[in-house]
Each structure stands twice: as structure tokens, then as C-alpha cells.
Design a protein around this ligand. Sequence first.
Ligand code: FEO
Length: 393
Amino acid sequence: MPVKELKKGVYTVGVNHRDRKLFDELIPLPDGTSYNAYFIKGSQKNVLLDTVDPSQDELFKNLEEMKVDRIDYIISHHAEQDHSGRIPDILKRYPEARVLTNPKCKDFLMDLLLLSPDQFQVINDGQTLSLGDRTLKFILAPWAHWPETMLTYLEEDKILFSCDLFGSHLATAETFVKDESKVFEAAKRYYAEIMMPFRANIVKHLEKIQNLKIDLICPSHGPIYDKPSFILKAYKDWISDQVKNEVILPYVSMHGSTQKMADHLTRSLNQKGIHVKPYNLTETDLGQLAISLVDAASVIIATPTVLIGPHPAAVYATYLINALRPKIKFFSMIGSFGWGSKAEETIRSMITNLKADYLDPVMIKGHPKEADLKALNDLAERIYQKHKELNLL
Ligand code: FEO
């Protein structure tokens, strides 16, 4: 990513990682990602805000191109290695630099990067640092991915360096958001996969920054927001308690019975004015499933029985849904079995994080018959009544 001056003396020096396909060996990255790092040349002190993933070298090229001969502080917002990974190498090149971070992040960095205590300067929530002509204010924001995450506000220039918060996995030549619909989708995917489990914390962080005057939001991934209201408004919607009149239906079927049940339930719900998003778990992009969980009111898992339990694809999806803690209000399941099944009790035991009402499931023997289709219509009616009680339709 070429160096770009964002405001006088404030530069973006990070890198795009266009061909990265997975994050944490788990999260699909259809558009690659970027590791954003920033450099501020103050009248008395120079700071580097975060580094980049250990696989990337372009940060050093950027600093050389800018002829940076001194770094006083490396501000570490987050110990995860996609941002901290090159701190040891920066310290080798700029041995006068100190890693400036909060106590928890210091502990993590010592464990993860084997840094020593004398390489740090510790700050706490609300503390400021003068660079001479500028002032940095540090805002602790635990669980804006990990427990040690924090933000930095550059007061004079009204820039919020937001770490993973407001990020998007998007490698792009654009420094600032240009295609809002593309960034919206990428940021929503990012929120769903990274931030949604910590929704209650994110609510508090947004309250904490709501009175800041912000011209630019500079996240650690994806393009910079020069119209911050775009992403702030999106986040307010995602973290709200409001849900949409939607049923998410992740399904897997071996011999067609569960597929037929899922299709019938979809039609029945559609006839009642409820929007259904089915996801075939043998081929779906789990990132798309995660995005849909941000707003939906209900989830129905559809699984056949394999070796007495749920299909492993349904187990994986249920595990993920439980881990992501969406704000869904209702959960149920449907499925078919041959001679016996513990699929329901297994799936039900896996949703301990969800604050959703469990609606009676429809588990049937063999191919669906008239009575089974009627049971699915009854489930659709229960969902309809529940959505109606919430004024969703
Ligand atoms: Fe981008 Fe949680 O690291």
C-alpha cells in the first residue's frame, strides 16, 4: 500500500495482503485484507501506530521511503500478531523506541513476542501523550477483539485510530472508502465474525466515543472512513437490540428428506410474509451465514441424523452460531432420522450462549409425510406469532 499523508504529518504506512484467503485459519477472506499502520511526525516525538502481520515487509519499505530516522514510540493497540508481529523488527531498527500500550497488552506482548519489560512504557485509560504539536489520548476498549484492545484519538486532527473496531477485511487501492456498498458488506462481515460476540462491550465503546469530534476513523483493517457517520450509523444498527423479520435456515441433507422439510418450511414461512435465508452447509460461505446472523430474528437448524447424532456440518454451524452470540430471539430445529436420534438434544446442548427462546422442533422418522408437513406448518405458525409479538411484520 503506498504511503499516503492523511493530514499534515499523519501518514498511512501499512500493507495490503491481497492473496490471504483465511484469517485465524478460520475466517474466509474473499477480498484479502490489509494491516493498517500509521505514522505521526510530531514536532518533538514520532510515533508508529501498530505494525503489520509477520509475513509482510512493505512497512519497512514505506518507512525507508519516508526517511524515518527516529521512532520514539510504537503504540500497540492490540497484541494480535497481525498488528504486533513486526514490533520486534521495528525495535531492532529503531532501538530508541518504546512500546507504548496498556498493562494487559504489555503482558500479552511479552508472552507472544518475547519482549522484555524495559522495552515498554505503560499508559492507562484516558491518559494523554504530547508529541509537541499534537496530543494523543488513549481510550481502553476491552474486547474490541481481545481483552487488551484500545483506541487512540489524535485530538488536534480529530482522528480516531480504532484498532480492529470498524475494520473490514478488504485489500483495496483506495485509501478512503469509495464504494460504500462494498465496504458496508465487508465491514458487516467483519463485525459478524469478529465483533458480534462482544456486542455488549461495543455498545459501551460507542457511548465512550460518541462525544468526540471525528474527522477520520482509521481502522486496523480496510479503508479509512473520511465520512465517519457512515460506519458509526451502521454499527449503531448492528449493535442495537432490533431484529428483522428473517429466519436463517442452515441445512444439510443426505437423502433428501431434510431438504424437503427445509423447502416446505421455507414455503410455509414465505406464505406468512417471513423472509427466509437458507444456507446449504455443504457449500455455503460461512461468512455469508455470519453476516445474516447480525439482523435476523430466528434460526432454524435442519439436520439429518448420522450415527445417532446431528450431521457434523450442522454441529459445526451450530458451534459457530453459538460462539458468535447473535441477537436472535428464537431458535429451533428440524430434521429426519432413520431408526433413532439424539440430534435434537445434541444441538440443543450446544446453544448455551444464545438468549433465544427455544421453539418445539420437528424431528421426523424417514421421508416427510402429510402429518410431518403439517407439523412444519405449525412450526411456521409459531414463528409467525412470535415475530408478530415483536412487531416485525
Ligand atoms: Fe486485526 Fe484482532 O486483529
